[in-house]
Ligand binder design. Structure first.
Ligand SMILES: Nc1ncnc2c1ncn2[C@@H]1O[C@H](COP(=O)(O)OP(=O)(O)OP(=O)(O)O)[C@@H](O)[C@H]1O
Length: 500
């Protein structure tokens, strides 16, 4: 390809034409997608959640939908992604992953190539009462330039660097599952020069990898406004690299990434199988390390388990410090919920918080989604929110979580082991108290920790009717309140089951 003939940022007229064509294409595509979506969701849901949405960015692999508020973003992500995805695939032959972002954040990120002009046009954001952090991951390059004024200005700068202002260290709840990772991130953010290079953060989905990584960038930008902080997802890095190879502009690409003071790259497992991007990444990485610039990487698995990535790159990933994020324990989950309620200015009863943290264990993003859903329902004020109502609202989330972890089988095994009974006693008709009460505890736990219905639980306990299950649950609940031994046993069983 003849690079000299490729339009660059220095050819504004051509770029403007391309831009307006793209905007028009996106408008038309969104109209068609909206039409398809109307057939997939109720009219009420469409006008409440999608009427003001716009398609604001698009490439071969991804379409970006901008919505009016954090609440719209979380609600659509939690409830309507399959329908949105289906609507897109019904009207477009090219399968694209759909990403939902909040309009004001996207406005800034979209304008990256012309960041200076765009920044001037973006209004300072007025936050809504429920401020749920945006979850979009985008690209960013920021060189502070020392103009930080008030908090709004800093927020705007963070957003323009693709950093979510909510992803700060002080909003990150620390517990046993994440204290080492958090301490390493704080150390990297506070160091005068690169330490633990690279810092490699891994862990399952929704456990706070992006949050911690962005917190490093955020602290650095606040403490050193002239630091060049570059945050982006690995997917973006790859897409941009491919585009630059195709269109020309590799020099610009390299200047952008190889001159960073700190390069934060999210989800490096996406490099798997992308040989040319790995090569580029390898050289970017080496140059940054030579210049003693800090590199921070996240991945959903340990470096050694990333398949189809060159061994030399894997060994680079492992040559600094590796930290792991584990799913948070019960106490940390409760603390996270309490923290989020404060941040979003919402309030729910302790019984609901306990239910959420007992039953959503594997993923903090999902825990947040559950909280938002219940809090939104509560804020409508049409009905008193009870634990039963909340469980109903969260049925899909709870089912997924339940399937993942605790099931009736594992409860029966744990209870019989705890009380030194035979597993067969869980389903037998024998009634001595030393057998009947543990069996009732197992039914209570099945109700509490699994999404199974009363009938399903009754069936699993030797074909008992649902009235027997209700009676068992009530009896155990009363006993927990009045008898410390029962309370201890139940607590211990919950902890054991959730640890599995
Ligand atoms: N310890 C924590 N304290 C407060 N919020 C947390 C904590 N851990 C995770 N979160 C929140 O959970 C959500 C998901 O976190 P994040 O996006 O960082 O996850 P992730 O590990 O990068 O997930 P993925 O691999 O799916 O991208 C965010 O809103 C984040 O603020």
């Amino acid at each position: 390809m003849n690079q000299a003939s490729i339009p660059t940022d220095d050819t504004p007229a051509i770029n403007d034409d391309l831009c307006s064509t793209l905007v028009e294409d996106m408008k038309q595509l969104w109209e068609s997608v909206s039409g398809a979506l109307k057939g997939l969701v109720s009219g009420d849901a469409f006008s409440r959640w999608f009427l003001s949405a716009e398609l604001v960015d698009m490439n071969e692999t991804e379409a970006v939908l901008a919505v009016e508020s954090d609440m719209h973003q979380v609600w659509i992500e939690t409830n309507y992604m399959p329908e949105v995805q289906t609507a897109f695939s019904q009207v477009s032959e090219m399968p694209r992953k759909v990403r939902v972002v909040v309009a004001d954040e996207q406005e800034v990120q979209m304008s990256q190539p012309k960041a200076k002009e765009a920044k001037a046009e973006v209004p300072v954001v007025d936050r809504q009462p429920i401020q749920v952090p945006g979850q979009g991951k985008g690209e960013s390059t920021h060189s502070g330039g020392g103009q930080a004024g008030g908090q709004d200005v800093m927020q705007k700068k963070l957003r323009s660097a693709g950093l979510n202002p909510q992803f700060s260290f002080d909003r990150f709840v620390v517990g046993q599952s994440n204290e080492f990772a958090q301490a390493a991130c704080v150390a990297v953010a506070s160091a005068k020069q690169a330490v633990y290079n690279p810092l490699f953060i891994h862990g399952g989905s929704g456990l706070g990898k992006t949050h911690l990584m962005q917190a490093i960038g955020q602290r650095l930008m606040k403490e050193n406004p002239s630091a060049r902080v570059v945050y982006l997802t690995c997917e973006k890095f790859i897409n941009e690299f491919i585009e630059m190879v195709r269109k020309g502009g590799l020099d610009r690409f390299r200047r952008k990434y190889r001159r960073a003071d700190i390069l934060l790259i999210d989800d490096v497992q996406f490099l798997a199988g992308k040989e040319r991007s790995q090569e580029e990444f390898f050289h970017t990485f080496n140059e940054l390390l030579d210049l003693q610039s800090q590199v921070v990487l996240t991945s959903d698995r340990p470096a050694s388990e990333i398949k189809n990535v060159e061994p030399r790159l894997i060994s680079r990933f492992e040559c600094g410090l590796t930290v792991e994020l584990q799913p948070p324990g019960m106490e940390t989950r409760l603390a996270i919920l309490q923290r989020k309620m404060e941040d979003w200015d919402v309030s729910l009863g302790d019984d609901i918080l306990t239910m959420l943290s007992e039953r959503i264990q594997s993923n903090v993003r999902r825990l947040e989604g559950g909280l938002v859903r219940v809090a939104t329902f509560a804020s409508l004020g049409t009905e008193q929110i009870t634990v039963e109502r909340a469980e109903f609202l969260l049925k899909d989330i709870l089912r997924e979580e339940g399937q993942k972890r605790v099931n009736i089988d594992s409860i029966q095994k744990a209870v019989s082991k705890h009380f030194d009974l035979r597993l067969a006693d869980m389903t037998s008709r024998r009634r001595p108290t030393n057998i009947a009460f543990p069996r009732q505890i197992a039914m209570y736990l099945s109700r509490k920790l699994t999404p199974s219905s009363l009938v399903e639980i009754g069936d699993a306990f030797g074909g008992r009717d649902h009235g027997t299950v209700i009676y068992a649950c009530k009896k155990v609940k009363d006993s927990i309140e009045s008898d410390v031994h029962t309370r201890d046993s139940v607590d211990m069983l919950i902890t054991t089951l959730q640890r599995k």
